[in-house]
Design a protein around this ligand. Structure first.
Ligand code: MRU
Length: 355
């Protein structure tokens, strides 16, 4: 069994226990620790779509196991039918959310494993899929550690580090991406301060980042999104580290809505702006940020707060869940291979998301 480390106060984000997929319901945090047993394809789709499991790397790990769950009732089918169902159910899971490349990356990898297998029965093919999902999971933990190693030197004693959304342990199955250097610096005994943007509308910064850093004993201060530029103007922020859902070949990247404003402010104030991600988030099949599909979510996330309407009835609403930050605003990408920059091709030849 692969299990999450370094975040011992909570249940793991994702757990595969004897054929059962268990997800920590992130919509209930920080108040309730609720573990959901996800038992069929529709439940996996809903868990991803409704953000009970969220954050690009965690979505990728959940999709690998989720495809196994989706195929459990197909194990008695003849192998040709199992393969046809596998393609169909993978396409269905892939439709749960559009922006994080890790979802399609993980599902494509699962399908490649099936294509490479010469299994003559469906049960053997299913076992190969479970093995691949476990590999994706184990790699995610290791990738986060690597990001931590390469990001650690960026955090100096006394520094102020600002982050947006949750690219933390909860968004992965390891140390997180943006938080990996933070946890590494904390482990190394460096005294520094983190500012966590609350991240409207779903408050991943307030509910998740502030929570997990506080649980880990990191010095974290929660701020509203609109305070980030002001903190920078006061000299309180020395470094910005965010995560990403997809990096285009030219270095433009998508992340939680509001990231673009943080990047523009950081550029204005001359503050280094880093993006932390595993190489699996690099999407070479997307030439630039203009081609990244941005998820639009429902109006109620904007018109309501904690179930209470805060906007007039009938108001027009736009609710893009992500924005695209141009490469020109990025100081560097902290990956498991080191701090890199576009063009990435030569650095990650066989490892990124080929078309
Ligand atoms: O809508 P969410 O909560 O899935 O958005 C998450 C983010 O934008 C994260 O910053 C991104 O997925 C990177 S997670 C390591």
């Amino acid at each position: 069994m692969v299990s999450q480390r370094n975040f011992p106060t909570l249940a793991p984000t994702i757990e595969w226990r004897d054929g059962d997929l268990l997800l920590l319901d992130q919509t209930r945090l920080p108040h309730d620790i609720v573990i959901e047993h996800v038992a069929d394809a529709a439940a996996v789709w809903r868990a991803i779509h409704e953000l009970r499991v969220r954050g690009a790397p965690a979505i990728g790990v959940a999709a690998g196991y989720g495809l196994c769950v989706a195929m459990q009732d197909a194990r008695a089918l003849p192998v040709a039918e199992f393969r046809a169902e596998l393609e169909r159910r993978a396409a269905y899971l892939d439709s749960a959310r559009p922006t994080a490349v890790n979802l399609s990356w993980s599902l494509k990898r699962m399908l490649r494993r099936a294509h490479a297998s010469d299994a003559r029965d469906s049960a053997t093919l299913y076992d190969a899929l479970v093995d691949e999902a476990k590999r994706i999971h184990a790699e995610d933990i290791a990738l986060c550690e690597g990001i931590g190693v390469h990001g650690l030197p960026l955090i100096e004693a006394g520094a102020g580090v600002l982050t947006h959304c949750n690219a933390g342990a909860l968004a992965t199955t390891g140390l997180g991406t943006a938080t990996a250097p933070i946890y590494a610096a904390h482990r190394a005994g460096i005294a520094f301060k983190v500012y966590a943007d609350e991240t409207r509308p779903l408050l991943q910064g307030a509910r998740l980042t502030a929570f997990e850093l506080q649980q880990a004993g990191v010095d974290v201060t929660l701020v509203i999104d609109g305070a980030a530029a002001s903190l920078m103007s006061q000299g309180r922020v020395d470094l910005v580290i965010v995560g990403t859902d997809r990096v285009a070949a030219n270095g433009d990247f998508a992340n939680k809505i509001g990231t673009l404003g943080v990047a523009i402010a950081a550029k204005y104030f001359g503050i280094p702006f880093y993006v932390a991600c595993p190489s699996s988030t690099l999407d070479f099949s997307t030439a630039s940020g203009a081609q990244i599909e941005i998820e639009e979510r429902g109006d109620a996330e904007v018109t309501h707060l904690a179930g209470q309407r805060v906007a007039p009835q009938g108001i027009a609403v736009r609710n893009p869940a992500f924005d695209v930050t141009p490469h020109a605003l990025v100081t560097g990408f902290i990956t498991e291979r080191g701090i890199v920059n576009a063009p990435f091709e030569r650095l990650f030849e066989a490892e990124g998301n080929a078309a």
